[in-house]
Design a protein around this ligand. Sequence first.
Ligand SMILES: [Zn+2]
Length: 263
Amino acid sequence: MIDNNRTNWFCYSWFFRWKKGIVVLAGNLNWHYFNIKDEAEKIFQKPVHIINDANAAALAEYWDRIYDKKESLLLYTLGTGIGGGIVLDGKLWTGANGYAGEFGHGGYFQDRFPCTCGLPHCIEPVSSATGLTRLINQVADEKSESLLATLKNELQRDLRLVDIKPLFDKNDEITIVTITEGLIPLAYHIVTMLYILNPEVIILAGGVTNLGVKLKQILENLVKARIGDFMLKTFKIEISNLQDKAGMYGTGYYALSKMNEVK
Ligand SMILES: [Zn+2]
């Protein structure tokens, strides 16, 4: 994303081996073992470094809090899917093979919907924007007396998260219960990560966070109900201030760090 006459920097997503620049799987783009680094270097005729978009966003959130001296954080991007990024001791943790931070997948967190990755119990198919949207439409179809059903009839199409925000803000019980149920797998995941990594702060980003402070409070309460006293005292969730710009800032931060390595 930054061209400094020496290097082009790109940011791309999903299960990739960042050192070699190989995207192992990007289902939405139908990329399997695609070497984006080689392709980009052919086009630009310059060295290219690759960083996953969620990892870049995590670096941006770290950069944004550098004066707060926050040295460790986890970022959850709650959009079409669920991505993640891990910063520990001020450094991005990408794992042995670049797979770290794939929070959306693996484990046993729900048994409502199977995941597009092929596993049955991931958090992504329920707690992502796509998952929550599916849940509210399912409830609207099942509960014909609900305000969700009325809204769906008025709009004559499937509901989107943005449509249900007024009901959510007005504390419509069925809407709140549905969103809360959708967030439970995410809460279980956050609890697990808190006990493994004990980060200073958990950052939420992506389309789901447009539901605002109430969404954060619901998730906080779900997590607090599942952690012990010593964790409770230090646990902190924040909504990203950077949102859509986080990937850009994080890529810039990554570029600067790589340039300093070269010097
Ligand atoms: Zn999955």
